[in-house]
Design a protein around this ligand. Structure first.
Ligand code: M6R
Length: 625
């Protein structure tokens, strides 16, 4: 039984589908807008209305919307897709949906078909011609070929084809010859089926397009195919064709407000400002400062494993990897367990030494990052216990891991991860402290002090957000810089990496994060009067050392922007700008110091005219390797 984190029950493209008694178009277009964070280089829809109408366009969903304004958009069965290109450049031709050779079938696909080239070659010898460069078009031709040559029903042809393909997919197919049929299937890429109360069914990559229509959803498991025909849904296993009896219908408790901008100009800013609440939510019900107790249902059953663990290996990508780096410091500092932090993409392709005494912690906002999922599979096959830290309820990680904890940060829509990071770090701090207690490595009074301090973090984040006006000034000053360097030591080194990543991904300014002392082993050569250097220089064990690093930068005319603890005078005298954050424990500085760095990248990106929610070339969750 998959863990689903024991207490309750997200790449590339976004897909939606509708079959019911009303026009599908409004659901499809609004759904695609909700899913646009997953990919936005082209979009398309297919609608059945006696004939199969397919409309697709390179660019944003809004461009598709304009394109179809004078077209026939009627039809009670339809599918839609917003794309992040894997095979083929983003243009009209490669946009989904794709159609079969005979023009009767339309498909949308999120994922990647790895063996598409050999299938395509075989189909070409049979006379198939292709009008795109995509793996998806190959898949629908393959299904058509099986249907016609094996003389089987469409459903069976889909199933047989899926048994032949290698890779990941969430697909939806409609057919001109079957006006009451929609087929969907998944392996490796997420898919949710919404069950309407008027006989209608909705499908989507995540639940956000569905909640306005129904709160009853079924998360398809890997290798399941959903056949929706004549107001009936049947779910079967792709391998053995067995029907799933009584599929579990979950009640969504997402609020619509949580997936809308709520008065903010964009999701990223909203999510930055949500952090006092999201950090609180990630701790809610988990700690009791008064008596120093902690509970996390997902952890209970595996506490003994943590107590006896010889080693913790953390696998993650991007920002989640940075949270993992903070966790390395936390677990070693407090619980005294050796920790290795691995890029999931590297871990999965080397031959790592992992065994039954190891605990692997997989961290992911989306719960769908392909490399992280593959790293989990590998570690599992070597006998390690896998603990997931994930934000999206119902995603793959909670299903694949032995146990885990949700971060409860709420939906994160902006591509740049903000509130998910601070929630991950909060949860990891809680766990590290708890395990330290279980291993007898921390005194009760210290534990209570740390738990008490954690409880003050939401209000301290609120205070940190008050630097926004100052940060706007700093952004104005440095928005045209070509490069940035971010420096930090100890707990602040991962913060430097995260600050640099945030700036790169949304403003397209080159930025490097470095351990402050490591700077003199190379990057110092880059420093001149044009180089802004952001230094996280808060009070604590490394303060004096970082002061020396600032002097080294200053001696080379570097421009210092320092994040300091409230009331700092020494660095104020040395830096061009200082941004103050409230005092806290060393180990909790990442939760506060990250906030001004998020705001700095945000304002610089906005001043440079960048789309912060949908930066170029990126997708919210990377479900292909
Ligand atoms: O969903 P995940 O946390 O697994 O995603 C990992 C990275 O793709 C993600 O953190 C990415 O680096 C963000 N865009 C950073 O803001």
């Amino acid at each position: 039984m998959p863990s689903q984190f024991n207490f309750f029950i997200f790449l590339m493209c976004g897909i939606v589908g509708y079959i019911g008694g009303r026009d599908a178009y409004p659901f499809l277009i609004n759904g695609l807008k909700r899913l646009e964070y997953r990919g936005y280089d082209s979009a398309g829809i297919a609608l059945l209305n006696n004939t199969l109408n397919v409309y697709k366009k390179a660019g944003k969903v809004s461009e598709l919307e304009e394109f179809v304004a004078d077209k026939d958009i009627h039809g009670t069965v339809g599918i839609g897709h917003t794309r992040w290109a894997t095979h083929g450049e983003p243009n009209d031709r490669n946009a989904h949906p794709h159609i079969s050779q005979d023009g009767t079938l339309a498909i949308i696909h999120n994922g990647i078909i790895e063996n598409y080239a050999s299938i395509k070659e075989a189909l070409i010898t049979k006379g198939h011609t292709f009008s795109s460069d995509t793996d998806t078009e190959v898949l629908i031709h393959f299904i058509e070929d099986i249907r016609d040559n094996a003389k089987v029903e469409l459903e069976e042809a889909v199933r047989l084809a899926l048994n032949e393909v290698v890779g990941a997919y969430a697909i939806a197919i409609i057919s001109k010859n079957h006006p009451n049929l929609l087929i969907a299937a998944r392996k490796g890429s997420p898919l949710v089926v919404g069950v309407g109360n008027d006989g209608a069914y909705f499908i989507a990559s995540d639940a956000t397009p569905i909640i306005e229509y129904t709160r009853n959803v079924i998360y398809l498991e890997d290798r399941e195919i959903a056949v929706i025909q004549d107001q009936k849904l049947v779910i079967k296993n792709i391998n053995d064709n067995k029907v799933k009896k009584n599929p579990y219908i979950e009640k969504l408790n997402l609020s619509i407000e949580s997936i809308e901008k709520g008065g903010f100009e964009n999701f990223m800013l909203k999510e930055i400002y949500e952090q006092p609440r999201s950090i609180l939510d990630s701790m809610r019900g988990r700690i009791n400062t008064k008596n120093g107790t902690f509970q996390m249902s997902g952890l209970r059953e595996y506490e003994h494993k943590f107590i006896n663990a010889k080693r913790i290996i953390i696998v993650a990508c991007g920002t989640s990897w940075h949270a993992g780096l903070v966790a390395e410091y936390l677990f070693e500092d407090f619980a005294r367990i050796p920790v290795e932090v691995e890029y999931a993409s590297e871990f999965r392709y080397r031959n790592p030494v992992v065994g039954e005494d190891d605990i692997v912690i997989a961290i992911s906002q989306s719960g769908e990052t392909a490399d992280t999922l593959a790293a989990i599979e590998l570690a599992k096959s070597k006998g390690a216990m896998i603990f997931g830290i994930c934000n999206v309820v119902g995603s793959s990680i909670p299903r694949m891991t032995h146990a885990g904890a949700y971060t409860h940060a709420g939906p994160e829509i902006g591509v740049a991860s903000t509130k998910a990071f601070t929630a991950q770090v909060t949860v990891l701090t809680l766990i590290a402290l708890h395990i330290a207690q279980l291993r007898g490595k921390i005194a009760d009074k210290d534990l209570r002090r740390f738990f008490g301090e954690l409880e003050t973090i939401p209000s301290k984040v609120e205070k940190a957000l008050l630097s926004n006006d100052l940060i706007i000034k700093i952004a104005e000053h440095f928005k045209d810089a070509q490069n940035f360097l971010y420096l930090g030591r100890g707990y602040c080194f991962p913060v430097a990496l995260e600050g640099a990543l945030k700036l790169k991904e949304i403003s397209y300014i080159h930025a490097e994060g470095y351990p402050a002392a490591e700077m003199k082993h190379g990057p110092i050569a880059l420093i001149d009067e044009n180089m802004p250097v952001v230094v996280i220089a808060t009070e604590g064990a490394n303060y004096e050392k970082v002061v020396s690093n600032i002097q080294e930068v200053k001696a080379r005319k570097g421009r210092i922007i320092a994040i300091v603890s409230e009331g700092d005078v020494k660095i104020k005298a040395m830096a061009e700008y200082v941004i103050e954050i409230p005092h806290t424990e060393d180990c909790m500085v990442p939760l506060l110091a990250t906030i001004p760095l998020q705001l700095l990248s945000y304002h610089i990106a906005i001043m440079r005219g960048c789309n912060v929610d949908q930066p170029r070339n990126l997708a919210k969750s990377v479900t292909v390797e």
